[in-house]
Design a protein around this ligand. Structure first.
Ligand SMILES: O=C(O)c1ccccc1NCC(=O)[C@H](O)[C@H](O)COP(=O)(O)O
Length: 210
């Protein structure tokens, strides 16, 4: 079974559905422009009853130190996800500042994008291999866009990685088969509208990734 991250959670029922179905990672978005954004207090409450072995992931986009410190002062997080244009040096700085492992998202659309996975693999603890967002996108992730999974054929990186981008209950099994991913991440593929998760879709996604 691939490990599953359900990203952009904001409601207790959806956290419960994800945990009961076997999610390994729960993502909370700290990016104001996102329809999935939560406050640190909300994330703290959502993560309060999470059992050991399920990681609470804080998703940030080019955060400054003050934001990271403010969120961590209130919310209990186990992992930081950086989903902006953070450099490898900034990834290392965030690890040092927070004392938490960092997952770096890398957007792919063409073979030229692949070397970034090697560069970030030197500093990040985990990699999130996502679709590169369109140039006019408001959000750098969570857009429901897939990339050509064949780009990953035969590739290996220095760190464990999760596949993301346009995954749904209907396509995740095929995505895992084609890429060999041992972890998958979904946001809009388990929603009925932007930011509105669906417990049944969460369960279906995790079952299909098994
Ligand atoms: O989900 C968001 O709103 C978001 C906002 C800003 C940066 C990243 C964001 N999501 C990133 C994720 O981790 C998504 O799960 C990943 O990009 C896949 O999204 P989707 O294609 O919608 O499943």
């Amino acid at each position: 079974m691939a490990q599953v991250k359900i990203c952009g959670l904001s409601q207790p029922a959806h956290v419960a559905a994800a945990v009961e179905a076997g999610a390994r990672y729960l993502g909370f978005v700290f990016f104001a422009e996102s329809p999935r954004a939560v406050t640190p207090g909300r994330a703290r409450a959502l993560g309060a009853e999470v059992p050991p072995g399920v990681a609470r992931v804080g998703l940030f986009v080019d955060p400054d130190d003050a934001l990271l410190q403010a969120v961590l002062a209130e919310a209990h997080l186990d992992l930081i996800q950086l989903h902006g244009a953070e450099s490898p040096g900034r990834v290392a700085d965030v690890k040092a500042l927070t004392g938490l492992p960092v997952m770096k998202a890398v957007g792919l659309s063409a073979p030229e994008d692949l070397p970034a996975l090697t560069d970030y693999g030197l500093v990040a603890d985990l990699l999130l291999v996502d679709a590169k967002p369109p140039k006019d996108a408001v959000l750098p992730g969570g857009n429901g866009l897939a990339f050509d999974w064949r780009l990953l054929t035969g590739r290996r990186w220095l760190r464990p990685w999760l596949l993301a981008g346009g995954l749904t209950p209907a396509n995740v099994a095929e995505a895992i088969r084609l890429t060999g991913a041992r972890g998958v991440d979904v946001s809009s593929g388990v929603e009925t509208a932007p930011g509105v998760k669906d417990s049944g879709m969460i369960r279906d996604f995790i079952a299909a990734a098994s």
